[in-house]
Design a protein around this ligand. Sequence first.
Ligand code: ADP
Length: 165
Amino acid sequence: MGRTVIYPGSFDPLTNGHLDIVQRAARLFDRVIVAVAPSEGKGPLFDLEERVSLIRRAVMTMPNVEVDSFTGLLMDYVEKQNGHAVIRGLRAVSDFEFEFQLALMNRKLNPRVETIFMMPKEAYTFVSSRLVKEIATLGGDVGPFVPAHVKAALTRKLRQRRRRA
Ligand code: ADP
């Protein structure tokens, strides 16, 4: 069995920045598991199953990438999957403080698991799920920031929301 890395996050929804990190991780590790957290506290736009299926569609052509969801402690999930490390993306210095805290806390919880930080391609350093949702809500074009099927899903979801409102 080779080396397994877990890439956790809310992915609400997946962006090209996330995808860039997945591609980099897939070149370094034998097996990459993109693990979607429910993140109910963040009031996600897409439900867990929708987020998982949007990622599955994006990684279909990557043979060593799997998509799953998890609840509870990330470090317990990493153990369950026999993971060796966790990947987190770093976009800017602003990400650093929280990510540093999180990584050290996770190390306390499980010293065997390393956290590895990866930087996306420069063009994606300003892309976040939150901004993508905001731009889409205001009628802007999110085409450059997300895969085409995610853009379509955003359009559908926001239309549904408007109809309900
Ligand atoms: P979380 O709720 O865990 O922050 P996100 O889906 O927002 O979940 O992000 C998951 C991971 O991907 C985090 O490590 C985040 O820093 C990273 N990430 C988010 N957007 C980008 C991007 N554009 N480039 C690189 N990494 C990113």
